[in-house]
Design a protein around this ligand. Sequence first.
Ligand code: 3H9
Length: 686
Amino acid sequence: MGEAGQYVVIEQDGPLALVVIDHPPVNATSAAVRAQLQQAFVRLDEDASIQAIVLAAAGRTFVAGADIREFDFPTQDPHLRDVVQAIEHVSKPVVAALHGTTLGGGCEIALACHARVIDAKGKIGLPEVKLGLLPGAGGTQRLPRLVGVMPSLDMITSGRMVSAHEALALGLVDQVVGQDLRKAAKAKALSMIGQPIRRTGDLPAPSCVPADCETFVKSLQQKLRGQIAPLKATEMVMLSSTTPFAEAIRLESEAFEGLKQSSQSKAMRHVFFAERAVGHHPVLKGIETDPFTSIGVVGAGMMGSGISVAALDAGLSVTMVEANASALEKGVARIRGLYERAIKSGRISQAVMDERLARLTATHDLGALAYQPLVIEAIYENQEAKKDLLQKLDAVMDAAGILASNTSYIDINLLAASTQRPDRFLGLHFFSPAHVMRLLEVVRGAATSPQTLARALALGKQLNKLAVVVGVCEGFVGNRILTRFWDACTFMVEDGTPPQEIDAAFERFGMAMGPFAVQDLAGLDISYAMRQRLAAQRQPHERVPVLVDRLVEQGRLGQKSGQGWYRYEAGKRQVDPVVSDLVTAHAGEAVRLSGEAIIARGRAAMVNEAAKILQEGIVPRASDIDLVKINGYGFPVWRGGVMFEAMQFGLEAVLAEAHKIAQDYGPTWEVSDALIEAVRTQKGFA
Ligand code: 3H9
């Protein structure tokens, strides 16, 4: 590293200058980096002894983008756009040497260099849309000039990183190197001395087939559910084929600044930092863990087979145990089917499927789990059955093994007590489909040791999950809030608002699916069983949803029985007059809520419960709750999660609605002290 405050270092090697950006941890282009980079290039351009330049970065990665922490403040000079422009206009060849993750502003710097050499393990992309932004330093204009309009639209609107080899195939980089990146970049730079310089900004405007773009925009609009950045980015990319470069860069810059101020980008930046914070758990400090090479899974149903696939995909071996012969067969067939579909859609090859399936052992024998370092039970949701199985597992497993339950509601401490290893016991609550859904609630029991927790988090990382540590309570974080939300929505129906209007309101709000459509997908019998289980603990005057139980009693279990809150015809949901009549008959003097009132009620129901969760210390941060709702329950990421959204909306109004709810729905809906406190102190939720 250079001296303190020195982030750009120049080394001369004969006619070559090596410029190294050294700004840990990810070489983000903070104001000082931008200024020093610009100065370096101005100086080298003037230095007659230098004939070519290699731009590289120190540490684990080339520049991973602009410094996101600066986005809450006005941009300081020089602007990255101008630094990039200065690099492009240097009169000698400039070669970028890329390693690690070349992202955002880092990719834009690379695009302005005159050639790009990338390490074979490197990745490159423009992920700005994931922060509610678009590339703001020329990316929307230079990328299409190198790779064409359609591939640029794909990369920029999805924000996905491409591998070194894909980047080469696209024409985004010029060379992929297996080793000694800088040596290869220097050789490339030397070979370019005396040759005409290929400036990306000077390349001809790319062509664009309007019909292709139109189709692309239409399908994008369907996916976005209210998110603005990808559409704005599409507009900018399309300018590359119609508008002079300098003018398009000016428009891109304007669009970037507009988005930077938008509530969507603020929300998505909040989510970015929330994801970084979630893994920092004080009890884990200093604990090192080895990666897992194998795990055991008990249960071959939807959850068990999904968890197995997640582990197989991550390179682990899996022993899947199921007592019932036909269920085991079905589980294996389900896994095979998932891989066959992945082959059909071109996501994996036959060889990859064969290799993954070779790591799967399917058996009836619990004894096969004796030496597994971690076993996840994923059988059906029944306390006694789970306790019985856990006792058996405890008896067969090696003393060091960790036992985990995939329960979504049952008390982890109760389950832990049925084993002799409560310190090596915890909940690993996966979401269905477990090989797809990113969220993993890691439930820490009263006796779970820090070592066990650390190992579970390590497993989560290996499986590419977003692991959120939560404490023990009914439904943990996600389902506990969901139950309140669903109950409030059902009460709205019982009081006269049709379910389809409630679904429509939340879908307009940006949720992936409205609450009744989700209930139909999950199966109405699941929450029915939960209500039956909790009936004995109910307070005398507690309001309980009744309409949904009526549907279940009529055999309307949701999508699986073809009818639930809706009727399903050829997979399409239709409003069912039977349900409408039921609602009308039940509601009597109906109160039909407006879209706004529906959202206000749903929001307050969720936030009030979330505030109680915070108050009880189930999670340490409000932002952990945001991550759970976004990654497990379809809450729109561009609203920043349930707590962030409520704070943006205004907690006073949320509190007022929570008071109304408490009045309407009764004792268990009392207003949380934490919500009252957040409003009183004006500090919101931390
Ligand atoms: C952009 O470039 C806009 C331009 O188009 C236009 C400008 C005009 N800034 O994730 P990790 C921190 S928008 C500031 O744990 P990993 C991060 O907070 C940007 N800080 O490591 C963490 O700090 P801490 C486009 C950043 O190895 C530490 O670095 N770029 C930034 O799992 C380590 O991060 C992106 O969106 C940043 N840009 O993953 C890329 N990036 O230790 C965003 C990271 O205090 N970054 N930090 O918690 C990433 O995707 C991942 O961090 C990366 C590394 C893949 C790079």
